[in-house]
Design a protein around this ligand. Structure first.
Ligand SMILES: Cc1cc2nc3c(=O)[nH]c(=O)nc-3n(C[C@H](O)[C@H](O)[C@H](O)COP(=O)(O)O)c2cc1C
Length: 230
C-alpha cells in the first residue's frame, strides 16, 4: 500500500478484535520504530499484550474495547517534544496502516501503566497510540475547507493543494484541525493555534503535508519539521 493510500484509508479505530499481532508483524513494527528513534532522538516503544491501559473508566469513557497493544510516545522533556511525537508517531501510524493494522491516537482516555514502558533520564510519556486489528475500519472525519487552513497567493501550485488535502485527512485531537499552512515562493511554513494537543496535531499534519505535497517540491520555512535532539 502506498503512503497516500494509507493516509486515505486510516481512520480512528477504538474497538479491536482479539486477533493477536503475529511475531513477524511485531518484529517489523519494532524495527520501524527503532529506525524512527535513531533518526529522531525519541524513545518510542511498542507495548504488546498489555490490556490494563485500556481497561479502566477512562477507556470506557472513550469507548475503547479490546485494546491490548499500543505505542508509547516517549522522549526527553523539551518544548519540541509534542510536535516531534506527532510527526514521528504518524510515520509509525501510517506504517501500521500499510501492515493492515488499525490505530487511534490517545492523549486522554487511557491509564498510564508505568511498568509497561521504560523512561530514561528526563524522559516523559507524551501520549499513546492504540494498535491492533480493528472490528471495523472507522469512518472519515468531517473536515474544514482548504481555505480555512491555508494561505497562498494565486496561482496556487497543485502540489501545495495536494499537501493541504493530505493534512486535512490527518487525525487531530477532537478533530480540531487548528493548523495553518502558508506558501511563500516554494517555501512552506506551518503553525498551530494555541490549545490542547495542537502541537502534536501540527506534527501529524506536517507529516501528511510532506507526503501529499512531495518533499522535492518545497522547503520548510519557519515552523518546519521538528528539530528534536535527545
Ligand atoms: C493528539 C491526539 C489526541 C487524541 N486523543 C484522543 C483521546 O484521548 N481519546 C479518543 O477517544 N480519541 C482521541 N484522539 C482521536 C481523535 O478523536 C480522532 O483522531 C479525530 O476525531 C479524527 O478522526 P480520525 O482519526 O478518524 O481521522 C486523539 C487524536 C489526536 C491526534
Amino acid at each position: 500500500m502506498e503512503l497516500m493510500d494509507a493516509i486515505k484509508s486510516r481512520h480512528a479505530v477504538r474497538a479491536y478484535t482479539d486477533r493477536p499481532l503475529g511475531s513477524t508483524v511485531r518484529a517489523e513494527l519494532s524495527s520501524f520504530i527503532e529506525a524512527c528513534n535513531q533518526e529522531s532522538g525519541l524513545h518510542i516503544q511498542p507495548v504488546f499484550d498489555e490490556p490494563k491501559a485500556f481497561s479502566g473508566l477512562m477507556a470506557r469513557f472513550g469507548r475503547f474495547s479490546g485494546v491490548r497493544n499500543y505505542i508509547a510516545l516517549i522522549g526527553k522533556k523539551s518544548p519540541d517534544l509534542e510536535e516531534a511525537c506527532g510527526y514521528w508517531g504518524e510515520r509509525i501510524v501510517l506504517r501500521a496502516q500499510q501492515m493492515a493494522l488499525n490505530t487511534c491516537w490517545v492523549a486522554m482516555t487511557y491509564r498510564k501503566v508505568k511498568e509497561a514502558f521504560s523512561l530514561g533520564q528526563d524522559e516523559t510519556l507524551c501520549l499513546v497510540v492504540a494498535l491492533g486489528y480493528g472490528a471495523a475500519q472507522g469512518t472519515p472525519h468531517p473536515s474544514k475547507p482548504r481555505e480555512a487552513v491555508m494561505q497562498a497567493s494565486a496561482p496556487v501550485p497543485d502540489w501545495f493543494l495536494s499537501g493541504i488535502d493530505a493534512a486535512l485527512l490527518a487525525p487531530t485531537a477532537l478533530n480540531q484541525q487548528k493548523f495553518l499552512f502558508s506558501l511563500n515562493g516554494n517555501s512552506v511554513s506551518a503553525v498551530s493555534e494555541k490549545g490542547s494537543c495542537t502541537k502534536i496535531d501540527l506534527g501529524i499534519a506536517k507529516y501528511h503535508f510532506e507526503v501529499g505535497a512531495g518533499k522535492e517540491n518545497f522547503l520548510w520555512a519557519y515552523g518546519g519539521p521538528p528539530k528534536y535532539h535527545s
